[in-house]
Structures are given as structure tokens and as C-alpha cells.
Design a protein around this ligand. Structure first.
Ligand code: NAG
Length: 300
């Protein structure tokens, strides 16, 4: 069969070499045109579910809003009885203050509460395996397990099934960017509204620096801040002012000291899966600059 097609091909080629070359060329060009048109159509789509063929392939397609709790530490205790004790968490020297562990639990509680009040919210705990001595356990997993041990603060039935993790972020900018990507991966679309839960003194950083860097509309971005412990506050505010300056000069955290800090927070060399899961914003992931990313963004 194949041989006979080959023979025939040979035969035609001898008879009309030019015609055959033209036919092959036009078939090739047609295929290219069809491919480029269909790709263009996909780029125009407001949501991206069809890209992957099947709506059902997104297990969380019905959620519209992202609630993100930014991780600050890894839970190291092997029991879940002392989630608000400092000994149970891996703390950097600057974090070692009585009451610090309780502030993490407050963030988790707050995230659960906000999600409980919004049926369309997906809750993400975000944070990677950032501490070598804590072992290969992520901040996100730590927060999830604490929520679990607290029975989701009375909201287990409502929230547990829509609380997931983003396990690679190494700093606050990545908490935001990676969670948005993870949201797309889970729901097939980008969030309508984003609420970030964290310390009140980080509000400025998230709302003005990180949000601006990804050009997410301010009217759809919310910050829920809780206070830090009283005795750590002064040092925290000082530290925060420094980090804010760094992000002002390097909004994507991809140069100099912010970049080095990221590397230091990845002791186990985890490969980062993104922008797999959010192909539309691949350019944003690759971008490094001091002015806002100028390319296409699905929400801007
Ligand atoms: C997003 O937030 C705005 C302002 O609070 C609200 O009016 C809107 O309904 C929210 N959208 C969704 C999908 O919840």
C-alpha cells in the first residue's frame, strides 16, 4: 500500500514536478493559516476554559474570587495540639516573640472566615518550603494542617473543600503572582476579586507595590490586615520600610537583594511549575524590569 502510493507519487513527480511541488506548498500554507487563526481566537477569549478542551477538567470552575493567606512560617511540631505556641513553628530570629505563633493562627482564621462569607471564594494558603531546618514541609501545607486541626474554626463544612495550597512562593510578591496562577489552574479563569490576608503593616506593600506590578485593578483588590504582636511591632515596621524600598526599586523582585533572598528561601531547590497552569500570563512570569510589565494581561 505505502509502496504503491510511493510509486504513484514518483510517477506524478516525473510527469508534473512543478504542479506537485505547488500542491504540497499550498497544503502547507493552508495548515499554517488555520493554525494561526485558531490560536488568535483562543487569545481573544475572556476566560480560558476552552483552551484545555473540557470544562469538567477544572474541578473548581465555579469559584470567582481568590482569598489568599500569605504564609510566614513552617509548622514543625509533630503534634497539632500547640498551634499557637512559638516552639511549634520554625521562626527566624526576628520572628521570635511571644504571641507570634498566635498571629499566624489569626491569619488562617481570618482567611477561613472571609471565604465562609463568600460562596464564590476559593481559599489559597500560599508559601513554599522556605526553611532548611524545618525540613521539606511548605508554609502552605503548614497553614492547611493548622486549619484542619482547628476544625476550620467552625466552618469545616463550608470551607474545607475549597481551601487549597500554593506551595512555591518565596516572598510576598510571589504569594500574589503564584496564587493568581494557581487560581487559574484550578478554576480555568482569573479571579474577579482578590483578597489578601496578612499583617496590617504589609498592606501598603501588597496594595500599592505588588498589585500595581501585576496591574490588577485596585477596585477589585482587597486587603485584610491583622495586627502583629505589640513587642515586635517596632522592629517589624522598620524591616517593612526597608523591604518596601527594595520592592519600589525592584517591583518584580528579580534583581539584587530581593532576588538573593528568594534563592535563600529555596533550600530544597524546588522547581517552580508556573506559568504552567496560567499560559496567558507567561510574559509576566518572565518579565524583569523597574517599570510595570507592558504586555497583555487578562484582567488589566
Ligand atoms: C467583587 O467585589 C465587588 C466590591 O465589593 C462586588 O461588588 C462584586 O460583587 C464582587 N464580585 C464577585 C464576583 O464577588
Amino acid at each position: 500500500m505505502i509502496k504503491s502510493i510511493g510509486n504513484r507519487f514518483n510517477h506524478y513527480y516525473k510527469l508534473h514536478p512543478l504542479v506537485l511541488i505547488l500542491v504540497c506548498l499550498s497544503i502547507g500554507i493552508t495548515v499554517l493559516i488555520v493554525l494561526s487563526i485558531s490560536e488568535g481566537q483562543f487569545k481573544m477569549m475572556p476566560t480560558y476554559r476552552k483552551l484545555d478542551g473540557n470544562v469538567d477538567s477544572y474541578p473548581f470552575a465555579r469559584f470567582r474570587n481568590l482569598v489568599m493567606v500569605a504564609g510566614h512560617s513552617v509548622y514543625t511540631s509533630s503534634s497539632c495540639e500547640k498551634v499557637d505556641k512559638e516552639d511549634s513553628w520554625y521562626l527566624e530570629p526576628y520572628q521570635k516573640h511571644p504571641g507570634q505563633a498566635a498571629t499566624f493562627v489569626t491569619h488562617i482564621h481570618k482567611g477561613v472566615e472571609i471565604a465562609a462569607n463568600d460562596d464564590e471564594a476559593l481559599l489559597l494558603f500560599s508559601g513554599g518550603e522556605t526553611r532548611k531546618d524545618a525540613g521539606p514541609r511548605s508554609e502552605a501545607q503548614s497553614y492547611w494542617i493548622v486549619a484542619e486541626s482547628k476544625q476550620w474554626f467552625g466552618e469545616r463544612d463550608s470551607v474545607r473543600s475549597r481551601a487549597l495550597t500554593e506551595e512555591h512562593a518565596r516572598d510576598s510578591f510571589e504569594n500574589l503572582l503564584f496564587s493568581v496562577c494557581r487560581f487559574r489552574e484550578l478554576t480555568g479563569a482569573y479571579p474577579q476579586n482578590i483578597t489578601v490576608v496578612g499583617y496590617d503593616f504589609k498592606e501598603e506593600r501588597f496594595v500599592h507595590l505588588h498589585r500595581s506590578a501585576i496591574r490588577f485593578p485596585e477596585s477589585r483588590f482587597f486587603y485584610s490586615g491583622t495586627s502583629s504582636t505589640q513587642n515586635s511591632r517596632e522592629a517589624a515596621l522598620k524591616g517593612e520600610a526597608l523591604v518596601r524600598t527594595q520592592f519600589q526599586e525592584d517591583p518584580y523582585g528579580c534583581m539584587g537583594s530581593l532576588w538573593r533572598k528568594r534563592l535563600g528561601r529555596d533550600p530544597f531547590h524546588r522547581s517552580i511549575p508556573y506559568p504552567n497552569g496560567c499560559p496567558e500570563i507567561e510574559g509576566l512570569f518572565r518579565y524583569c524590569g523597574t517599570v510595570p510589565y507592558p504586555g497583555f494581561l487578562p484582567w488589566a
